[in-house]
Design a protein around this ligand. Sequence first.
Ligand code: 13P
Length: 253
Amino acid sequence: MRRPLIAANWKMHMTLADAGELAQSVVEGCRAVRDVDIILAPPFTALARVRKEVSDSSIGLGAQDLYWEEKGAFTGEVSPGMLKDAGCDYVIVAHSERRQLFGETDKSANRKVIAALTNDLMPILCVGETDAERDRGVTYVVVDRQVKEALKDVAEAQLDKLVVAYEPIWAIGTGRTATPAQAEEVHQSIRGQLAKLFSADAADKVRILYGGSVKPDNVDDLMAEADIDGALVGGASLKTESFNRICGFQRRT
Ligand code: 13P
């Protein structure tokens, strides 16, 4: 069985004071949540602050991006070793905002996934189609390509450290959540693609998160789907009540 994972992507939000306060209230509010991995991914500037708040809890720390080189003249970038040093266990890779606004490609996603894995960080690889791509009926072509290219030269043995997040771009920050059935179809296809590229056994172990307008009122239905193993939450992760409710999603049997 795959252990559910709920990840908060705070994006470019939170002062140090806000970050500390929110992390503390998530720690308190989620104490009773069992058998779910919860992680907070604040901006780089707040990693140390959030680490302090979560250090005595089961809540993990993630970064929102990394660069693949270990050190050097790369102004503005942050290395995998620096993230480990800051206490990160996870790192989000190739979020659609990075692809759309900052020119990230499948090739850079691949380098980042490999850099994360070789430095003992669990990458959360983001994939997903645009509205226009869904309308043109090429969702699976796009997502298959993104998965395949990002995982080039990754070894099957590394797959148990990989997390994939399916985030249809049309659902991000729009309030237009994919229906559970729409998301499940794509999740199944991603798992099928992983089975083809590696093995069915390895594919079975990879957690595939859904992201895109996940809210307290849709998380239970999404999590009821067999191949939806968690959520990558943007807007609703910025408020304690909504994020804690998402982490405490109701399981259906
Ligand atoms: P929203 O939850 O705000 O739609 O953002 C999703 C997302 O991009 C998480 O990485």
